[in-house]
Design a protein around this ligand. Structure first.
Ligand SMILES: NC(=O)c1ccc[n+]([C@@H]2O[C@H](COP(=O)([O-])OP(=O)(O)OC[C@H]3O[C@@H](n4cnc5c(N)ncnc54)[C@H](OP(=O)(O)O)[C@@H]3O)[C@@H](O)[C@H]2O)c1
Length: 317
């Protein structure tokens, strides 16, 4: 391709053409799956903040069904995808106990699909997993090397998805997160605000300990990981991400009501036994985040400050 002729106007045009050509050549195309979910929507917002020449393709089941391997392969080929960020999942934890096939299809088989397609096309995967891979019997924060022992269909399907993905595409990053909420979708924060406004009293489990995660923070961390991967190398492996700090669902609820200005609802602490659910939850699922912070130079806000930001935004909508 000739970019210079000696004629000024033609050379200016050639310079522009050359820049467009180089820009396109260097472009890193990123596929986001499950883009209509909590995290997927936060990825849409976070994606404007990157420092590289990324082009994002946001898809949900209507545009790209990740249970269909051929469809993923065609999409990845056609759009020259270099990174796949999998935000899609079966996340209805209690429903999963009866809806086993669909849960595994999405959380295990589709993760493997993405890994196979990535390997065949020279792409890399960033996949999201969960604290439910742990049994919750620990009393100190879980490191990524801790034994997995999921206690629910959802947890087992996610754990098998992790293992299957790593086998299909060892060059993957898996981020286990916990207690995810956002201004998008349905989640604990929104439910507690709703109930807090409607009810005089509310009983909330006080013997399950963990850390909430504002999906906006996780999305920003994923963008940082992408930037880091271009500037340095793709550091494959398993990582933990939640906000900083530790709480219980009960104390989380008190903070939600305080930030939302709800004063008319009395919140009572109860035990897990007093609130039976179909799926078993981890009693303790605090995640040690040292690895993700040191590897990618990520600083993580506390759950209190991130909750405050989310609720301010929710109240302004
Ligand atoms: N939510 C939590 O508390 C939590 C905690 C720990 C870890 N995680 C993990 O974090 C990740 C993100 O969770 P999230 O809360 O953002 O999930 P979410 O809000 O449930 O979003 C998942 C998205 O995936 C879509 N989807 C369903 N089937 C699909 C298919 N076949 N192909 C493509 N997309 C499909 C869903 O569409 P439909 O809505 O139409 O089904 C939805 O838009 C998941 O991996 C989850 O396991 C979540």
């Amino acid at each position: 391709m000739a970019f210079f002729s000696g004629n000024k106007q033609a050379d200016d045009q050639d310079e522009t053409a050359k820049n467009i050509f180089l820009f396109t050549l260097n472009q890193k195309n990123v596929l986001i799956t499950g883009a209509n979910g909590q995290l997927g929507n936060e990825m849409r917002r976070a994606s404007v903040k990157h420092e590289n020449n990324f082009k994002f393709f946001f898809t949900d089941v209507a545009e790209l069904d990740i249970t269909n391997r051929d469809a993923i392969d065609a999409f990845v080929k056609e759009n020259h995808i270099k990174y796949i960020i999998n935000c899609a999942a079966y996340t209805a934890v209690d429903k999963a106990e009866d809806d086993i096939d669909l849960c595994y299809k999405l959380n295990r088989d589709a993760a493997i699909n993405l890994g196979i397609v990535a390997t065949n096309n020279g792409a890399k995967v960033i996949h999201i997993s969960t604290d439910y891979v742990y049994d919750g019997t620990a009393s100190t924060p879980y490191k990524e090397t801790a034994n997995v022992n999921p206690q629910s269909v959802y947890g087992k399907s996610k754990q098998e998805g992790e293992a299957g993905l790593m086998e299909a595409c060892p060059d993957s990053i898996i981020i286990r997160t916990a207690w995810l909420y956002s201004i998008f979708g349905n989640n604990f924060v929104k439910t507690m605000i709703k109930y807090g406004k409607e009810r005089d009293t509310l009983n909330v489990v006080a013997d399950q300990t963990g850390t909430p995660t504002n999906a906006a923070d996780l999305a920003n961390a994923i963008i940082k990981i992408l930037d880091f991967s271009v500037a340095n190398k793709f550091e494959s492996g398993i990582y933990h991400y939640s906000n900083e700090g530790v709480t219980t669902w009960y104390d989380f609820t008190l903070a939600i009501h305080k930030d939302a200005g709800i004063t008319t609802c009395k919140v009572n602490p109860i035990t897990t036994d007093q609130y039976p659910t179909k799926a078993t939850r981890p009693q303790y699922s605090v995640l040690d985040k040292t690895k993700i912070k040191t590897t990618f130079n990520i600083s993580i806000p506390t759950w209190e400050e991130s909750l405050n930001i989310c609720i301010k935004e929710l109240l302004s909508i």
